[in-house]
Ligand binder design. Structure first.
Ligand SMILES: NC(=O)c1ccc[n+]([C@@H]2O[C@H](COP(=O)([O-])OP(=O)(O)OC[C@H]3O[C@@H](n4cnc5c(N)ncnc54)[C@H](OP(=O)(O)O)[C@@H]3O)[C@@H](O)[C@H]2O)c1
Length: 96
């Protein structure tokens, strides 16, 4: 499955992304900081820069990623994603 993880550089994302990748999912992971891209790639993701507060770039970034599932903590943007949407509170994440 292709999974888009917004805010992947945080405490949850750093644990979630490798678990998804280890299970064979294609993961697109976002950060606002270009200097964090390599660390997201090292977790097994395709890394992209995105600020969740910029509506137009969010739409473009998600459309380009074409995910089947979106993990984000921005419910206000959920409708724009056009994919099943989960917040971190809905995920059961175990520490590595
Ligand atoms: N940690 C927990 O135990 C826990 C439990 C339940 C719920 N939550 C919720 O889950 C969410 C994430 O928690 P966390 O602990 O992983 O937080 P965190 O460690 O503070 O990480 C926040 C993440 O959000 C990204 N981010 C911040 N502002 C952004 C913006 N405007 N656009 C796009 N990305 C943005 C940051 O990415 P960059 O700075 O790289 O851009 C970073 O990856 C929060 O809403 C938190 O309340 C956390």
């Amino acid at each position: 499955m292709r999974v888009f993880v917004a805010g992947a550089s945080g405490a949850i994302g750093r644990r979630l992304v490798p678990q998804l990748a280890a299970r064979g999912h294609d993961v697109v992971a976002t950060t606002r900081s270009p200097e964090k891209l390599d660390s997201l790639r090292a977790l097994g993701a395709e890394a992209v820069v995105m600020d969740g507060l910029d509506a137009a770039p969010v739409g473009e970034t998600v459309a380009t990623a074409d995910p089947e599932v979106v993990v984000s903590d921005s419910p206000a943007q959920a409708a724009a994603y056009g994919a099943p949407f989960f917040t971190s509170r809905q995920l059961a994440i175990s520490a590595p």
